[in-house]
Design a protein around this ligand. Structure first.
Ligand SMILES: Cc1cc2nc3c(=O)[nH]c(=O)nc-3n(C[C@H](O)[C@H](O)[C@H](O)COP(=O)(O)OP(=O)(O)OC[C@H]3O[C@@H](n4cnc5c(N)ncnc54)[C@H](O)[C@@H]3O)c2cc1C
Length: 418
């Protein structure tokens, strides 16, 4: 789309919203209307529900939605990663089947990558998919699968060829989570939530059309998903804000946020709640402590710098440049910021930061921050893995010593045998 300016986009979306926005519509009905008009995901291609709008102009559209109080498409959770991956690698059939429903919020998703023996080394997956008759038959175990207990579909990385080297024997599938061969068991975290699960897969079926890209290209597809996850860093929590207005659409959106987004309730805390620091500093008097002030300044500066890196990434994307190192840099920065913010919250609150329950600081929110922040350094690839990626791909340092490249995967020593 060329020749577009902020003011033309603004006036176009404004007049469309004025003519069409109706808070008495059902949520899905409204979102379908939005998608038909291309305003649901305006930066997506015109052929697939978008308007080819440069990413930099999307905030203009969002501002207009906010101005009139209009509800947007569903955009939080793994569905955003599913949509980005399918847009990049999926067949037209997969795009027709899944993209619209990811925007309407009718489908929920989970990411079936990590296994008990392969988390950081995700390419070491041993869950297997064998082509038998006219379908794929999947067997194995996945773990730490966020939202699997709510998901309709799973993004599945599985081994399809044991004679090829590690990265070349993988394929990527869309797995129907509601079939008898898929058994989901929640895991409870130290912050009290149970967002992720173990998933046992026994003779589960995947029809051939649910293969994403080609057989053996699973690692490339998985990398696309992870790049989007890392670039989003903590963005999975950016769901629409619930409104307390009475009309039907707001009530349906509130119900959606309460159920689908329930596993992500603690994600703001895992990011360290930088937004609360100044308020807490004033409430507790910590603002007058010269040492704490230094720490507060450091967190706020790091947070600003990370925001600018994210903006640079956005600009690069807008200019059609391939994904750069900003994903890993941003992901790493979010870990540093979360940890530094948790430290400042502890300095401000003192030993009471450890208390939970009604009469504890901020109703236990400070304690929840402390036990949630470590997740930022693990989810979507640990800090050490981001260090490795930056060292090798950005700084051009020598690659990590590898004992498993080149040889057939079946001959690679590993701690799980299948
Ligand atoms: C909140 C949260 C949500 C998650 N959601 C999902 C999900 O939806 N789907 C999913 O598939 N997974 C999910 N995960 C799992 C996550 O991707 C893995 O925990 C992560 O990749 C690390 O793998 P691991 O836990 O097996 O640790 P390991 O890989 O066993 O690592 C253990 C330690 O060794 C270090 N290490 C490992 N390899 C190297 C190396 N080469 N160089 C240096 N250090 C190394 C690691 O940094 C870490 O400190 C989630 C995790 C969290 C915390």
């Amino acid at each position: 789309m060329t020749g577009l300016t902020e003011s033309t986009v603004r006036s176009e979306v404004r007049s469309w919203l004025e003519a069409n926005w109706d808070p008495n519509l059902g949520l899905v009905e409204w979102r379908n209307k939005l998608i038909d008009a291309g305003w649901g995901a305006p930066h997506w291609p015109t052929a697939w529900h978008g308007r080819d709008l440069p990413v930099g102009l999307v905030p203009v559209v969002e501002e207009e939605f906010k101005r009139i109080g209009a509800v947007g498409v569903a955009k939080a959770g793994i569905r955003t990663l599913a949509a980005a991956t399918i847009l990049a690698h999926g067949s037209d059939m997969l795009k027709s089947k899944f993209l619209r429903r990811s925007l309407t919020g009718e489908d929920t998703w989970c990411q079936l990558f990590s296994e008990p023996g392969s988390g950081s080394d995700v390419a070491g997956a041993v869950t297997r998919a064998d082509f038998k008759g006219n379908q794929w038959v999947v067997n194995g175990q996945k773990v730490w699968t966020t939202s699997a207990h709510k998901a309709d579909w799973g993004l599945l990385l599985a081994r399809t060829d044991w004679d090829k080297p590690k990265h070349q024997g993988l394929s990527y599938f869309i797995l129907d989570m509601k079939q008898p061969g898929v058994s989901v068991h929640p895991l409870k975290q130290m912050n009290g939530y149970a967002s992720f699960n173990q998933v046992f897969i026994t003779d589960a079926i995947v029809p051939p059309e649910n293969l994403v890209d080609e057989v053996g290209r699973g690692w490339a597809v998985c990398t696309t998903t992870l790049m989007h996850e890392r670039r989003g860093a903590d963005g999975l929590r950016s769901w629409n804000q619930a409104s307390d207005r009475p009309e039907r659409i707001y009530a349906e959106e509130r119900a959606e946020i309460a159920t689908t987004m329930e596993p992500y309730k603690w994600y703001p805390q895992r990011a360290g709640r930088v937004d609360l620091i100044m308020q807490r500093a004033k409430e507790t008097g910590g603002i007058d402590d010269p040492v704490i002030r230094q720490d507060i300044a450091k967190v706020l500066i790091m947070s600003k710098a990370a925001e600018w890196t994210a903006r640079r990434a956005r600009t690069a994307q807008e200019q059609g440049k391939p994904q750069g190192p900003e994903g890993s840099l941003g992901k790493l920065a979010s870990s540093y910021i979360a940890r530094a913010a948790a430290r400042v919250h502890t300095e401000l609150t003192g030993a009471d930061a450890l208390l939970s329950g009604e009469d504890s600081p901020m109703n236990g929110l400070i304690a929840e921050i402390l036990v949630s922040v470590p997740a930022t350094s693990i989810a979507g690839g640990t800090d050490e893995i981001q260090h490795n990626i930056i060292a090798e791909r950005v700084l051009g340092m020598p690659k990590e010593i590898s004992v498993d490249t080149g040889k057939p995967f079946r001959d690679v020593p590993r701690n799980t045998v299948r």
